[in-house]
Ligand binder design. Sequence first.
Ligand code: C5P
Length: 229
Amino acid sequence: MKKINIAIDGPSGVGKSTVSELIAKKFNLKFINSGSLYRAISLFFFQKLGKEQFKQILDEKYVLDNWNIKQLFLDPFGNLFLDNVKIENKDLRKDEISWGASKIAKYKLIRSQIVSFLQDYSEKEKGVIMDGRDTTFVVLPNAELKIFLWASAEIRATRRMEQNQELGFKTNYEELLKEIEERDFQDMNRENDPLHKTDDAILIDSSNMNIQEVVNKISELILERINNE
Ligand code: C5P
């Protein structure tokens, strides 16, 4: 089967990673979760500074002076390492780490480091599915299929609460909704590469769809693209 590149953008908690992982398995593509790189930098500072200082001093100069992209390594299987230690997904998913990732993701130089890192990684072979906030227009502008995955903030908060429960974190719906709205605001209104739907991306509103329905819809689009290549 012909290999194509797929870019999926959308707000936090919309299910991009879950869907992308399933699509990657189904079509034998390499899955790259670009948000995990921003999260890994956030985790680095959280571990270095502790909860209180982390919230206070994560400004651009501090981050740039104390961080080097060479601290990150992504192996061919998609495992991410920070200072040679494999990062566990559950450590990246905590709400403080999400907050820090969104903050760090506003900084232009950090963004360009991560974009180069992702482009170098995905250049080696065709056949990647990458999700994020800028993959359709910055990281993979030539992707054969571009998707903008959407769901309302309320639905995303409910889904995130269920995920957190499965991971064993206790969370409050109102707080989660507020965090999601704050992150949406940061992601959609930042100066550098704000999240938006490009004209050539296909909108999938998953508010009333389950994961399998989204996977089926994207699978149809992939088959159409493969047949037209
Ligand atoms: O996708 P995820 O929620 O894991 O991403 C964490 C944060 O990283 C997002 O809130 C967003 O601010 C940032 N991000 C980004 N560009 C990407 C991927 C993630 O700005 N391509």
